[in-house]
Write a protein that binds this ligand. Sequence first.
Ligand SMILES: [Fe+2]
Ligand SMILES: [Fe+2]
Length: 161
Amino acid sequence: MDKKLLKAMNEQINKEMFSAYLYLGMAVYLEKKTLLGCSKWMQLQAKEEMEHAMKIFHYLLERGCEVELDAIAKPSVDYSSVKDVFQKTLKHEQFVTASINKLYETAVAANDNAAGIFLQWFVAEQVEEESHASEILGQLDYIKDDSPAMLMLDKALGART
Ligand SMILES: [Fe+2]
Ligand SMILES: [Fe+2]
């Protein structure tokens, strides 16, 4: 595999693992706020991010490439509100989308068709990831400081499987 592409792939493993950590940190905050449904949603989100990291991990091994596991940065567990949590979720997903798009472009520039096809799944997945965070943010705009409405959203998010 092209050197630059391999480096970016390894960096993406780290970004996906950090995403998992970030969302676990958010789950800690939400759990403290007794928003157990939101916390469950975040924990499942973290699990998905670890699966994303593992997808790339296995792909690199399958291609016989060097896997480099860098240190994962410490995530925050301090947030000012539920809205703050989901605003930061959306912002982070937008950051990951930019990173995935760049990774895809690197694969194309390296004429690595197989890696390009592999990364297309991630390109599509990011559309969903951003859309989910946006939807929840939109609903939080309706809720504002309405506690019963917040508990209804918490219940809905807790139904995620
Ligand atoms: Fe991801
Ligand atoms: Fe994500």
